[in-house]
Design a protein around this ligand. Structure first.
Ligand SMILES: Cc1ncc(COP(=O)(O)O)c(C=O)c1O
Length: 451
């Protein structure tokens, strides 16, 4: 007998633990099927997937080219231990070297493990132990990657692993140094140099940063941030680890977000968009110098599923599809439309303090007051207005990620302009509701609080 949707949800709740949830409050949607930018719940409601699940389903649901690549590999060979050579493992390694400008790849199962291994590799290669990371960052949920994150999700598991030193972010809308981007001296980089001096340059193995910070506010850095950071790393022989788990593999219209800024990191970590989530896979891609070091030195690391042939085949299918279908061109085109709509929202809505975007990677930052920039919800908190916005999106079957005072718009990279318009119109109606809640008398009289 077929189970009802309610029974399926109940069984999930009775026998499984949900991430980042007080279990009694977990309220999962039964996801029954998906196609392109859409998915259907157990009651056959069609939802627009405006956050590509966890900002990872870059190819959209059920892409036939990736399905075919997986099926072909499953028929041929489902598994090989990590010490064996397989065709997909090598083909993907070569492709990753090509698109990143780096040399060799160590495979993991996801982003947290990728960062975990990147930090370990940096420590082995440099013989130094400290890692500099940024406060507004998320690098994963395993112990080392969680400690490396600045995200408040690390608080309950502190103190975590030793050797992490945190610095401030290029958050130009709320500059931690009280500066304006037009006139500042990039204190967001120069203060890192001071911290390096205080900590001892010879003790610092690497600076680990998200290419473009994702779940902590989508912070697009000034154009010269990365060249300056790269120069700082070179000056002190510190490795630059670029976490492209969320911002990489097409999300911003390039293979890596840092490629917008003309620099090459020493190590790139990635996952999510690498397979578009069709199979679990992460990667640590290292420079030629690091690869050569491990020719004669032991790589102290390994995972049973490292180089899983079906995961590698899924990634090859996904990356080939990106190229054959000119997916990055679509990101540029739809990204331009998204940018114009977001800028319009900023002009027209009292509650929109800032909008930040690169390609199809974007966030709307909501405020109580444009002049004071008071956030619509506190850091690590929520508010009735943010909850009302989330409810509005849910009621209209638009699935979008929101957190603190921010709403992310990150659709699959194969989205069309009609689909973008459909979703953005619903988002905009939600912003109307927030404007009304903040200043009901002005919006009702049409005196232009929205303008
Ligand atoms: C930038 C970044 N790094 C690392 C991770 C962790 O990846 P995973 O959840 O695959 O372990 C995430 C997940 O959201 C991420 O956004």
């Amino acid at each position: 007998m077929q189970r009802t949707s309610l029974e399926i949800i109940q069984e999930n709740r009775d026998y499984t633990l949900f991430s980042w949830s007080v279990q009694g409050s977990a309220n999962p949607i039964h996801l029954k099927k998906g196609q392109g930018v859409w998915f259907w719940d157990g009651e056959d409601n069609r939802w627009l997937d405006f956050s590509s699940q966890l900002i990872n389903l870059n190819a959209g649901h059920q892409h036939p080219k990736i399905i075919e690549a997986i099926k072909k590999q499953v028929d041929e060979l489902c598994f090989a231990g990590p010490s064996f050579a397989t065709e997909p493992r090598g083909v993907l390694g070569k492709k990753l070297a090509e698109v990143t400008g780096l040399a060799k790849t160590f495979y993991t199962l996801g982003g947290s493990e990728a960062n975990e291994n990147a930090m370990k590799i940096a420590r082995l290669f440099t013989g130094r132990d400290k890692i500099i990371t940024r406060y507004r960052s998320y690098h994963g949920a395993t112990m080392g990657s969680m400690t490396a994150s600045g995200d408040p999700r690390r608080w309950p598991v502190g103190p975590g692993v030793p050797g992490i030193v945190r610095v401030f972010d290029p958050y130009c809308y709320r500059c931690p140094f009280g500066q304006k981007v037009e006139t500042c001296h990039r204190e967001c980089v120069s203060h890192i140099e001071e911290i390096i001096q205080m900590e001892g340059p010879s003790t610092i193995a690497a600076i680990l940063v998200e290419g473009i910070t994702g779940s902590n506010g989508l912070l697009v850095p000034p154009d010269d941030y990365y060249p300056k950071l790269r120069a700082l790393c070179d000056k002190y022989r510190i490795l630059l680890i670029d976490d492209e788990v969320m911002s990489g593999f097409g999300r911003t219209g390039k293979w890596l977000a840092t490629q917008h800024y003309g620099i090459t990191p020493d190590i790139v970590t990635c996952a999510k968009g690498l397979t578009s989530g069709y199979m679990p896979l992460g990667a640590v891609i290292v420079s030629d110098a690091i690869a050569r070091y491990f020719e004669t030195n032991m790589l102290w690391g390994g995972l049973t599923y490292s180089g899983h042939p079906v995961s590698c085949a899924a990634a090859i299918g996904n990356l080939n599809m990106y190229e054959e279908d000119h997916v990055f061109d679509n990101v540029d085109k739809q990204g331009a439309y998204l940018a114009s709509r977001l800028e319009e929202m900023k002009r027209n809505h009292a509650c929109v303090g800032d909008v930040r975007y690169k390609g199809l990677f974007s966030v709307i930052e909501l405020v109580k007051d444009k002049a004071t920039r008071e956030p619509l919800a506190p850091y690590n908190g929520s508010s009735p207005e943010m909850a009302a916005l989330a409810t509005h999106l849910k009621k209209n079957h638009v699935y979008a990620f929101s957190r603190f005072n921010m709403l992310w718009v990150c659709p699959p990279l194969i989205v069309t302009e009609d689909e973008m318009r459909y979703g953005l119109d619903i988002v905009e109606a939600g912003l109307d509701l927030v404007d009304q809640a903040l200043a009901p008398e002005l919006t009702a009289s049409g005196t232009g609080v929205r303008k």
